[in-house]
Design a protein around this ligand. Structure first.
Ligand code: MN
Length: 273
């Protein structure tokens, strides 16, 4: 159980993220051994940059890689995956808003299911830097590999891996992050998740100011405020005319179309926990 790093980075008084229970971790470590299916998830995380956190259960924790561009179903597309600190098992169902501090932003449970190692010894595969496995999620399926890159690329050293889809029935050219952008937990998008909490927390100071992430935050905050001003609920809320907060005014035009257009999710993503 190596959650020291995870805990050291966070203040659980300010963050809704789980601290992790040692007994649960020990019980899960005993249960998930060898080539049996274990829990996996991918969390779409809009923080200083948008990225996708791939988490694989192993030894009572979630091994974690931050994938800036997200997983690709095309075997020819290798996606950089930076290994980050282990996360607690409980993190696997987390979706919500981290108001401030490490990882401040919005976390969406983008995919979940089970993973099965295609090797007998996961620890040996990790040490070697070549972990083959299958995924059985709502969005990601079939055979994959995580390969550690050699050398000291971008100063990342041992932390740089590549996430690659193997050629099988689940490979293809569809951009899965674009095709299925919504939560498998709430079926919402980032604005829905923010609107469930306090969409006004970042009016003065956003987790990202400039660049793509900053622009995304601006749109999401405006839409969440509009939803909050209108009727409650995740979907179908059109916002209440004349009841928008001041911050939402002026920046709404043009932002609705692009975000709402992506609402046409495939049926299978509607299954929730
Ligand atoms: Mn993250």
């Amino acid at each position: 159980m190596a959650l020291e790093q995870y805990r050291a980075k966070r203040n659980f008084k300010d963050s809704p993220e789980p601290a992790g229970d040692a007994k649960l971790a020990a019980a899960r470590a005993r249960a998930a051994k060898g080539a049996k299916p274990r829990f996996f998830c991918v969390q779409k995380h809009l923080a200083s940059h948008l990225h996708y956190d791939l988490r694989l259960e192993h030894n009572g924790v979630l091994l974690s890689w931050a994938v800036p561009k997200g997983p690709a179903l095309d075997p020819a597309t290798k996606r950089l995956a930076m290994m980050v600190e282990d996360h607690p098992i409980e993190y696997g169902t987390f979706e919500g808003v981290i108001p401030s501090g490490y990882g401040a932003g919005i976390v969406m449970l983008w995919d979940r299911g089970t993973w099965t190692p295609q090797v007998d010894d996961v620890d040996a595969a990790l040490k070697k830097g070549d972990l083959k496995f299958t995924l059985d999620g709502y969005k990601l399926k079939g055979s994959w590999v995580l390969v550690r890159t050699k050398g000291n690329w971008s100063g990342g050293g041992d932390r740089s891996w590549l996430l690659i889809k193997h050629r099988d029935d689940w490979a293809g050219n569809v951009d899965i992050t674009d095709f299925a952008p919504l939560s498998v937990k709430s079926n919402g998008d980032f604005a829905d998740i923010l609107a469930e909490g306090s969409p006004d927390i970042w009016i003065s100071q956003r987790p990202a100011q400039g660049g793509e992430a900053g622009a995304l935050f601006q749109k999401i905050i405006a839409r969440a405020l509009e939803m909050k001003g209108g009727s409650k609920g995740l979907l179908g809320s059109k916002g209440a005319k004349g009841n928008r907060s001041r911050a939402a005014k002026g920046s709404m035009k043009g932002s609705k179309g692009s975000v709402r257009a992506k609402r046409a999710a495939p049926k299978r993503t509607r299954r929730t926990s």
